[in-house]
Design a protein around this ligand. Structure first.
Ligand code: A2P
Length: 324
């Protein structure tokens, strides 16, 4: 069965389920995950310059195209402009295109509203403790609206089909939508959405303005995450496990389906072929209205990404109440 798609404001269709590739090792693990996903029916792949998985994703997809398993037109590839590249958009996009081995990117996102300068090899540091990476990043006052104007040029040049944002808050998204003279609207906002961080106001703002919300960390990073509040075991939440039993699905499938029914696209990451298949089997059941509400009521405004290290940077997107 073809994966349901959502029509973006650019006119292109985006599959509602994609494979997230953050945290996949840029080696045979990532290649195997992309292959297993294609076989399971995925056509949407989400990467980012900073994930260091663009080359593996691109190589694997290109091999499958050469093998005749899939065509480029069937695929939807998202990648993201990192904060340290905010003032060199054209160069960064070409680097991503080269890494991906593609002639165009389906969807290119501003990864964060904050711009930064870097003193070291930030991409090469991925995998190291966040605090170590953070030391290399310094704030920059580059305005995301100026970055957006450069993103628009990529569409004009045919290098990118749709442009969007990630991690923008309500005010930032509204400002971008309402700035006079901008020629393309952000088609999506990729943000942290899961039952413990429902992000309701922002999701509602996206829907009201025709911006597709895309959830990252939908499964709470595998449902087992620790922070200053203790261990967060999302996938073991009793409400979710009892709904999983009721619908004869897994807690992960219940969460992903909850997103889909809210018209929120999902990009769960997995390197496990069984879980990759499982995360696509979301279209043969329907959560009832009360069950949808029960999942939304689990909200704790609790992120799995502690971004408070950036709280003093210009355009930090979280209010103090939603950051840890
Ligand atoms: P694995 O790669 O071993 O499957 P998120 O997208 O929220 O960041 O979650 C990614 C994490 O969730 C990964 O650690 C992944 O581990 C795990 N994961 C992905 N799909 C499932 C699933 N269906 N059930 C349980 N864990 C999952």
């Amino acid at each position: 069965m073809a994966v349901p798609t959502v029509k973006l404001s650019s006119g292109y269709d985006m599959p509602m389920v994609g494979l997230g590739t953050f945290d996949l090792k840029p080696d045979s693990t990532a290649a195997a995950a992309v292959s297993a996903s294609l076989q399971a029916g995925y056509r949407h792949f989400d990467t980012a310059w900073i994930y260091n998985t663009e080359a593996t994703v691109g190589n694997t997809l290109n091999q499958k195209i050469r093998d005749g398993d899939v065509t480029r037109e069937e695929l939807f590839v998202t990648t993201k402009l990192f904060m340290t590249c905010a003032d060199r958009v054209a160069e960064a996009a070409r680097e991503s295109l080269d890494d991906l081995g593609l002639t165009y990117i389906d969807l290119y996102l501003i990864h964060w509203p904050m711009a930064m300068t870097v003193t070291g090899d930030v991409r090469g540091s991925i995998g190291q403790p966040v605090a170590e990476i953070m030391k290399q990043l310094k704030p920059s006052d580059r305005d995301y609206v100026d970055t957006w104007r450069d993103m628009e040029k990529l569409v004009d040049e045919g290098l990118v089909r749709s442009i969007g944002v990630s991690n923008f808050n309500v005010q930032q998204l509204s400002r971008l939508l309402n700035t006079p003279g901008l020629r393309y609207r952000p088609v999506c906002n990729q943000i942290e959405i899961h039952p413990y961080h429902t992000n309701g106001e922002l999701v509602e703002c996206c829907h009201r303005t025709g911006v597709v919300p895309v959830s990252f960390s939908t499964l709470g990073r595998g449902g087992n995450y620790s922070d200053s509040r203790g261990t967060m075991t999302l996938l073991q939440d009793p409400v979710l496990t009892s709904l999983a039993t009721k619908y004869d699905k897994t807690a992960a499938q219940v969460i992903l389906r909850w997103c889909i029914q809210m018209n929120v696209a999902v990009i769960p990451k997995s390197s496990n072929p069984d879980r990759i298949r499982q995360n696509m089997q979301l279209f043969d059941f329907q959560l009832s209205g009360p069950d949808m509400a029960a999942i939304s009521a689990l909200n704790q405004n609790r992120r799995v990404w502690d971004i408070s290290l950036w709280k003093d940077f210009p355009n930090f997107p979280d209010s103090p109440s939603t950051s840890i």
